[in-house]
Design a protein around this ligand. Sequence first.
Ligand SMILES: Nc1nc2c(ncn2[C@@H]2O[C@H](COP(=O)(O)OP(=O)(O)OP(=O)(O)O)[C@@H](O)[C@H]2O)c(=O)[nH]1
Length: 385
Amino acid sequence: MVVMSKKIPITVISGYLGAGKTTLILHLLKCKMNKRIGIVVNDLASVNVDKKAICNSPYFSEADRLIPITDGTISNKHRQKLIDAVYDLAASGAVDLILVESSGVVQPDIVAACIVKGRTSTAQELDKVCYLDTNVTIVDGFRILQQFLPGQGKYNQNFVESNQLIVKQIEFCDVLLFNKIDLLTLEQKNYLQEIVRQIQPTAKFYATKFSQIAVAKVIQTHLFNAQSSLNERNLSDPLRLLNQNAEPLLKIDSFVYRRRRPFHPQRFNSWLDRWPPEITRCKGVMWLQTQPSRVFTISQSGRAMDIIPSGYWIATLKDWEIKKMFTIRKNLAAIWDKKFGDRMIELVFIGQYMNKEQIIHDLDKCLFRENEPLDILSDPFKLKY
Ligand SMILES: Nc1nc2c(ncn2[C@@H]2O[C@H](COP(=O)(O)OP(=O)(O)OP(=O)(O)O)[C@@H](O)[C@H]2O)c(=O)[nH]1
């Protein structure tokens, strides 16, 4: 049994799909004050896009540690993976604090119960090496504008189920970040804040843009009180909560669309105009025939869509640089293609009742065909500067 002289504090970050959880982690990495940070990222899809975003951050240092968990639902199997990952980090002595990013469809009270009462698969007690310090819930103001306004989605089951989950996430937290306020008018912001405060009157409340918050407000706050927080919600026996076979509140699916060939910019752009509403969240990378050196990152959440150039493919570097990258990036050989190098389209789609075959079929039609004429000038993704 490992006995730690000092237990490691844990901040759990919850929030619906695309609320800004990874954005908060990237912000905290940037702000850290000589602390070694351990991160557990629980992503819903089989490709952990959040892990890539964090590991590629210039602020993720060699002293930091990250353990990814994929297919992050709330099933018993995944609860065990989460407990084991947190224990490994806390018992390693290699980190000073731990951030746990829940997947967007997870109830935070179950994650809290895992940390308060969890035992590893080898029967080690988690509370011997770490303690739950703060539960942060991030609320996507722009999404709830759509979901919480009167009359919206009244007869739509997707809305009802996702609203239930968002409300549960709001209810169980010590700190609430009301995020994406840059996308709201003052009137919308005030109206929605009022609703959120009614659901959660006691937590510390901060309105944020891009999850920007002072470190001390979310780390080592000592705000979580296991007795009152779990008891208040009639969860007096966290073990029961931990062991119950919770049906996910939200029946949500995900799949990965992966192709080596690039998109035809105009065709892909017109597909974006016909975006299937069942897709709740899409994230990943892509490339365009017209701009073969650029990596484009896509991040869609509800009605908000970001497609931004975010660096260059390794395949565009000089030969010696590419060779060096092979020694640095251990997984590069596995993804390298003779013709395209590391260029690829890899998009994770998350949603309810998605017509996967139709989406794949339509996206395949957006791919650039051999010997097709190239119209660089009318590329809608061309940078204006
Ligand atoms: N306009 C705006 N965009 C934001 C803000 N915060 C985050 N975003 C964007 O929202 C998108 C989703 O942010 P993430 O941090 O990846 O969200 P997440 O909660 O980690 O997403 P999942 O892990 O998929 O559930 C990204 O494109 C962010 O840049 C904000 O305050 N304003």
